[in-house]
Write a protein that binds this ligand. Structure first.
Ligand code: GLC
Length: 487
C-alpha cells in the first residue's frame, strides 16, 4: 500500500514542501512464532478480558504530523521507500534532522480535545486505546523528566496549555469511558545520545556503537528507557497494555535470521526486559506486555501489521491497521471505506483476533473529518450487529465464501456474517449456513430485522429462507448477520 502524492498545499507553509510518499507495506512486521502464554494469573485474566474487546483505537501522533510525513522514519538513514526525505532540507541529512527536531518549537495542537475522540471512538464500538507516548524519533508526548525533547518543555509552545501533558489527558479521558488503556513506547530512541551517539554518524535504525564495547553508554540508555517506562507506569493512572515497538532493540539471541529486517541487526541490544516488566507490573498488576516481534514471556500477544492472518491463530493476536494509508497524519490521506473497515473487523474477529485501527491526529490536535465519518458508519453497523462481535469466539469453518462465523462465549448462539459486495447488502432467497451442530436450534433471526426466518436442516448446517422484503433494499449495510440461537 503506497500513499499518493497529495495535492493539498498551504502556500508559504513549509509543510506543503514536505508531503511525500509513505510506504507502509514495506514495513510489515512478521507474526512471531513460538508464543509463550503468560503464567501470572492477573495477566492471564487481563489478556482474556482484552480478547473480548475486539476493537481498539490506535493513534500515532507527534511533531512529524506538522509536516504530514511518515512518523519518525524520515530521519532514519536507510534507503527505503518509507524513509525518503522531502522538502527544503532533504538534500542534507544533518540539516534535515535539525529541522525535524526543531518541529518541537512549533508544535501547538490548539484543537486538542481528547473527549471528542473518546465520544467518536465509543460510538463506533471501540473498547480500548493505544497511544504513541514516544515514537522512534524520541519526542516524548508526556512529561518525562529524562529529556527536554518533549511536548511539555518550554521550547514547545503547547507547554503553556493546561492540557500539555497530552498522554495524561488522553489516558484519563479514555479511561473515564472504560476503555482499556495502552501505552505505545518505542524502545529505540533516535534523539538519545546514548542510542545514536553523536561521536559516530547514525547508519541505520540500530544503535550506532557496539554496546559490548561501550557498556557504560549502553547502560545509560537502559536506565533512561527504564526510567521513562517507570514514569509512564507510575504517573499516568491505571495502564492495561505496554506496547513496545522497535523490535530491533532485542537480545541478539532472539534474532530470527529468516526475517529480512532482523538480519540487519548487528549488535546485542538487550535492554533487560525482565527488569522493565517486573517494575511495570509492580505498579500495574496484570499489565499486558507486548514486546512485539520478540517471542517469549514479554510478547503476551502478537501483532500482525497491516495484514489479516488467513486463518485463526492459536494464541492471542491483534492486527494493527491504518484507517488511512499512513500511521501518521497526512493531509488528504485516503481513508478506507466503512465497508472495508467492517469487513476487516469481521474477518479478524472470525479468526479470533482483535482489530486495532489507527487514526493519526493532525498538527491542530484533531482528526481528519473523514475519520469521524467512518467511525459514525461503523457505529451504525455495530449497534445492530455488535452482539456477534464482542465476547465472541472463533468457530469452524470460520468462513465459507462470503459468510464468516463467530460463536458467543456461552455457546448460546452462532453468528453468520454475510458480507455484501459493497455497502448495500442484497440477500438471495435462500442461503446455506454451515454449523458444527444442528441439535437444539431454537430460533434463527436476522439482526436488525423484525421478521422471523424459516430454516431447514441440511447435512452440514441449515438453509435459511430470506423473506422477500429482506432480499433487496432491506436497509442492511456492509454485512447482514444471521443469529442461530440454541436452547
Ligand atoms: C510500522 C512502522 C512504525 C509504526 C508501526 C505501528 O512498524 O514502521 O512507524 O509505529 O508500524 O505498528
Amino acid at each position: 500500500m503506497t500513499c499518493k502524492f497529495y495535492s493539498w498545499c498551504k502556500p508559504l507553509l513549509l509543510a506543503s514542501a514536505l508531503l511525500g510518499t509513505v510506504n507502509v507495506e514495506a514495513q510489515v512486521h512478521e507474526i512471531s512464532k513460538n508464543y509463550q502464554a503468560p503464567t501470572d494469573p492477573a495477566v492471564q485474566k487481563k489478556l482474556a478480558d482484552w480478547q473480548d474487546l475486539k476493537f481498539g483505537l490506535f493513534m500515532h501522533w507527534g511533531t512529524y504530523s506538522q509536516w504530514g510525513v511518515v512518523e519518525s522514519w524520515s530521519i532514519c538513514p536507510e534507503d527505503e521507500g518509507w524513509t525518503q526525505r522531502k522538502g527544503p532540507y532533504s538534500a542534507d541529512y544533518n540539516q534535515y534532522k535539525q529541522a525535524y527536531e526543531n518541529l518541537q518549537k512549533s508544535f501547538n495542537p490548539q484543537k486538542f480535545n481528547p473527549e471528542k475522540w473518546v465520544k467518536a471512538a465509543k460510538d463506533a464500538g471501540m473498547k480500548y486505546m493505544i497511544f504513541t507516548t514516544k515514537h522512534h524519533d524520541g519526542f516524548a508526548m508526556f512529561d518525562t523528566k529524562q529529556s527536554d525533547y518533549k511536548i511539555t518543555d518550554p521550547k514547545s509552545p503547547f507547554s503553556s496549555n493546561p492540557r500539555a501533558n497530552v498522554t495524561e489527558e488522553i489516558f484519563n479521558a479514555f479511561r473515564k469511558d472504560n476503555f482499556m488503556i495502552g501505552a505505545y513506547f518505542s524502545k529505540p530512541d533516535w534523539h538519545s545520545p546514548d542510542y545514536w551517539w553523536p561521536y559516530f554518524p547514525p547508519k541505520n535504525r540500530n544503535v550506532n556503537y557496539d554496546p559490548a564495547k561501550y557498556p557504560e553508554k549502553w547502560n545509560q540508555f537502559k536506565n533512561f528507557t527504564y526510567k521513562q517506562i517507570q514514569e509512564l507506569m507510575t504517573g499516568y493512572g491505571s495502564v492495561d497494555i505496554l506496547w513496545l515497538d522497535g523490535g530491533w532493540v532485542r537480545p541478539k539471541a532472539t534474532i530470527d535470521t529468516a526475517i529480512d529486517w532482523q538480519r540487519g541487526i548487528k549488535f546485542n541490544q538487550d535492554i533487560d526486559m525482565p527488569k522493565i516488566a517486573t517494575m511495570a507490573r509492580q505498579h500495574q498488576p496484570g499489565l499486558i506486555v507486548v514486546d512485539r516481534t520478540v517471542p517469549g514471556q514479554y510478547e503476551n500477544y502478537t501483532t500482525p501489521e497491516q495484514q489479516v492472518p488467513d486463518k485463526p491463530l492459536s494464541y492471542p493476536w491483534e492486527s494493527c491497521i491504518t484507517m488511512g494509508n499512513s500511521w501518521s497524519y497526512v493531509p488528504g490521506d485516503h481513508y478506507k471505506s466503512t465497508y472495508d473497515i467492517v469487513q476487516l473487523l469481521i474477518k479478524i474477529v472470525s479468526r479470533g483476533g482483535n482489530l486495532l485501527m489507527n487514526i493519526g491526529p493532525g498538527p491542530d490536535g484533531d482528526w481528519d473529518p473523514e475519520a469521524y465519518k467512518r467511525l459514525e458508519g461503523i457505529g451504525r453497523w455495530i449497534k445492530i450487529n455488535g452482539e456477534g462481535i464482542y465476547n465472541s469466539r472463533a468457530i469452524a469453518p470460520y468462513s465459507d465464501n462470503n459468510i464468516y462465523y463467530t460463536q458467543s462465549k456461552s455457546k448460546a448462539a452462532v453468528y453468520a456474517f454475510v458480507l455484501g459486495n459493497n455497502s448495500t447488502v442484497n440477500l438471495p432467497s435462500s442461503l446455506s449456513i454451515k454449523l458444527p451442530n444442528t441439535k437444539g436450534i431454537k430460533k434463527v433471526s436476522l439482526l436488525g430485522a423484525g421478521q422471523s426466518i424459516k430454516w431447514q436442516k441440511t447435512t452440514d448446517g441449515i438453509t435459511v429462507n430470506v423473506p422477500a422484503a429482506l432480499q433487496q433494499n432491506s436497509g442492511l449495510t456492509e454485512a447482514a448477520v444471521f443469529k442461530v440461537s440454541y436452547k
